[in-house]
Ligand binder design. Structure first.
Ligand code: AMP
Ligand code: MN
Ligand code: MN
Ligand code: MN
Length: 286
């Protein structure tokens, strides 16, 4: 019997066009060095890096999957929905993403005002130094500034002490609705994938409701092997994928060589029990 090695697909990562630190081309180059065979760039609420990444990937023989990670408010929770294999010229998608990005500037000013009250001055300007796209100032940019000035040892410590609910620099925000995000992705011909489900602070019942509502809205996949999951969560979400009939995705959620726990293409393969999200995509060579 021939041993078939699993496809090295990495279907979740970020460039400077959102809150990553590498230019799209450098990101693709790194993925190539790490042996990635199929790559999706999934910047937050933004498709501005896709054309450049696609050209760089194609030149290196990597199968490129145009993607996006949409910020969603579901109840009182922020949820992320990854769109894969989207037509990133679809006007309905573009309009939806533009609307979703809309409140970030005002939110950033409020984050900075809160940090100022907590004794950290100049955070807005400080965060801006790290921003690659003026439309997309994010908490990650504030986190990098807080590390720079020595307020925290690293970015993960920032997300324990600041910028999260109950801490200075947390500003509640309304993102897109779940049904809208899924619809924009589907209108653009893509697959909607529930990102890093293990990261949400939900009860078992809450998680079940989220997956049920996501499926009902037209979501077709969930991330099983993710840079945000533990190996135990790979098993849990593989089982949920089977139970709900979702196809499974694999993505590092890479942002930066030093910050990110998992590098591009370096996650374990998907468990054999699940159907990969790329199964059924027309260019099948795996
Ligand atoms: P925003 O969209 O502005 O709310 O920023 C969300 C981003 O912050 C996420 O996409 C992550 O990149 C980053 N983030 C959130 N929580 C953490 C955490 N605990 N550790 C590291 N990065 C985090
Ligand atoms: Mn991010
Ligand atoms: Mn996310
Ligand atoms: Mn992400």
């Amino acid at each position: 019997m021939t041993e078939i090695s699993p496809l090295n697909a990495d279907l979740h990562c970020h460039s400077v066009v959102s809150d990553g630190t590498l230019e799209p081309e450098a990101l693709v180059e790194r993925a190539h060095r790490n042996g990635v065979q199929m790559l999706a760039l999934t910047d937050h609420d933004e498709i501005g890096g896709l054309a450049q990444a696609e050209a760089a990937a194609t030149a290196r023989g990597i199968r490129f999957v145009p993607g996006v990670e949409v910020s969603v408010t579901w109840g009182h929770q922020t949820i992320h929905v990854v769109g894969l294999r989207i037509d990133y010229r679809d006007p309905r998608l573009l309009e939806g993403l533009q609307r979703t990005r809309g409140g970030r500037e005002q939110r950033a000013r409020e984050i900075a005002a809160q940090l100022e009250n907590a004794g950290i001055a100049g955070a807005y300007e400080g965060a801006l130094q790290y921003v690659g796209n003026p439309d997309l100032i994010s908490r990650s940019h504030f986190a990098r500034y807080l590390v720079e000035i020595g307020a925290c040892a690293d970015v993960s410590q920032v997300f324990e002490r600041y910028l999260v609910e109950g801490r200075p620099g947390y500003v509640a925000h309304r993102w897109a609705r779940l049904g809208d995000a899924v619809r924009w992705i589907r209108d653009a011909g893509g697959d909607a994938v529930l990102a890093h489900p293990g990261r949400y602070k939900l009860s078992a019942g809450g998680l079940w409701s989220l997956m049920a509502e996501f499926a009902e809205a037209g979501g077709t996949g969930i991330e099983v092997v993710s840079g945000s999951h533990t190996p135990e969560q790979y098993r849990t979400f593989a089982q949920h994928a089977v139970d709900f009939g979702f196809r499974a995705s694999r993505g590092s959620d890479f942002h930066d060589p030093k910050e990110s726990r998992v590098d591009l293409g370096r996650l374990p393969p998907l468990p054999w029990s699940v159907v990969p999200i790329w199964h059924g995509w027309e260019d099948r060579s795996e």
